[in-house]
Write a protein of this length. Structure first.
Length: 378
């Protein structure tokens, strides 16, 4: 067989969803229900998420990008505001703020965790305060499912008076100091992704968790055109239970009953998914014994959800050695990937005039990182 064709039908993809008959039945059952959208399954799914992450409120959306967008909107982020995030993330982490017309900037990563560097963040905040250019919000990214050092991030956010959103798209089921990511004790809101290759899937979907009632009310409204239903008397003499008003510009970011039903079914297997990912993670760490490959580290105060397994090929010889390994794996029918190209290197971000030299750790990551296959039941 032609190797190019072989790779396209790769025996081992870098990731894939895990669906069973219960998932199929859950979705098919919606066809016999009264509602296929805006029905009870969305509420069941949201309550299930709250139980798993120990948060007061959850708002599910049609994607994690939508969830990040309304999280920014709920904080009233606008054109005069600055938002910082990690350069090593999917572009949605930055785009959510850009949708609000905010200015975006980045904080370099820690070379060990690959998450936002506490030292870099502290220094950047100090300099920003001196020049009256503090961000309104920091979007931290739990890359690969490994939690950031949220206690220190929260302390810095409190010191400088900034909001914190956790982009936990990779991190459902992860824990920081024994507590689930999404609990909200170190941030204002936390966003999860249910894309096909994430920890659980709704095909496409996302969620915002928070413990703040006012933020939750805003999120619910923003998810559905900015409309509120308060069951109150109105100037039009309409019965209060059918009166509604658009109070601000929102979006149609709702999740259907089909997607929610799949999420409810998948959530039942969250622990099983984690255990199997952990087995593969441990297997890799025991079997890969090569000084030319740097493996993910383990931290006593945090538990990764193991969404991705990123190895690094030391920079000696530059980007060529990493690319050579990618090509070799491809020829062997094993799909690998790069998570991620630094956001500021994308053509659409050149308008921000970001200097890559200001982010040496992110650039080193870009030149050395490679995601190898990791998914349940490999």
């Amino acid at each position: 067989m032609d190797k190019g064709k072989f790779w396209r039908f790769s025996l081992i993809p870098y990731s894939k969803q895990s669906l069973n008959q219960d998932d199929v039945d859950a979705v098919l059952n919606i066809f016999s229900e009264k509602f296929i959208t805006q029905g009870p399954q969305v509420d069941v799914f949201e309550k299930g998420i709250c139980k798993v992450v120990n948060a007061k409120y959850a708002t599910v959306c049609n994607s994690a990008t939508s969830a990040l967008h309304i999280a920014c909107m709920a904080l009233n982020i606008g054109p005069d505001d600055i938002v910082w995030t990690s350069p090593i993330s999917f572009v949605a982490s930055a785009n959510a703020a850009r949708y609000c017309r905010a200015h975006i900037d980045f904080v370099d990563i820690d070379p060990d965790t690959n998450n936002i560097s506490i030292n870099a963040l502290s220094e950047k905040l100090r300099n920003a305060a001196a020049h009256n250019k503090l961000p309104k919000c920091l979007i931290v990214v739990h890359l690969c499912g490994l939690p950031c050092d949220m206690e220190q991030i929260a302390a810095l956010a409190k010191e400088y008076g900034i909001f914190v959103i956790e982009d936990a798209s990779h991190a459902l089921g992860a824990k920081y100091k024994g507590k689930p990511i999404g609990q909200g004790n170190f941030s204002d809101m936390c966003v999860f992704s249910f894309h096909a290759v994430k920890i659980i899937t709704t095909a496409e979907g996302g969620c915002v968790t928070t413990n703040n009632r006012d933020l939750y009310n805003s999120l619910i409204s923003l998810r559905s055109h900015g409309i509120i239903r308060d069951n109150v008397e109105n100037e039009f003499g309409l019965p209060s239970d059918i009166f509604y008003q658009q109070t601000r510009l929102g979006y149609n970011y709702r999740m259907s009953e089909f997607h929610a039903a799949l999420g409810v079914s998948q959530l039942k297997r969250l622990d099983a998914f984690f255990q199997d990912r952990q087995k593969t993670f441990d297997y890799y760490r025991h079997q890969i014994n090569n000084e030319q490959i740097i493996l993910p580290k383990i931290y006593d105060d945090r538990q990764s959800s193991h969404h991705l397994f990123v190895i690094k090929i030391p920079k000696k010889g530059g980007i060529i050695r990493r690319n050579a390994l990618y090509q070799h794996m491809k020829e062997e029918g094993i799909q690998t990937n790069l998570h991620y190209i630094p956001i500021f290197l994308h053509a659409d971000f050149k308008q921000y005039a970001i200097n890559p030299d200001d982010f040496p750790n992110a650039m080193t990551y870009f030149e050395t990182a490679l995601s190898i296959p990791l998914y349940p039941y490999m």
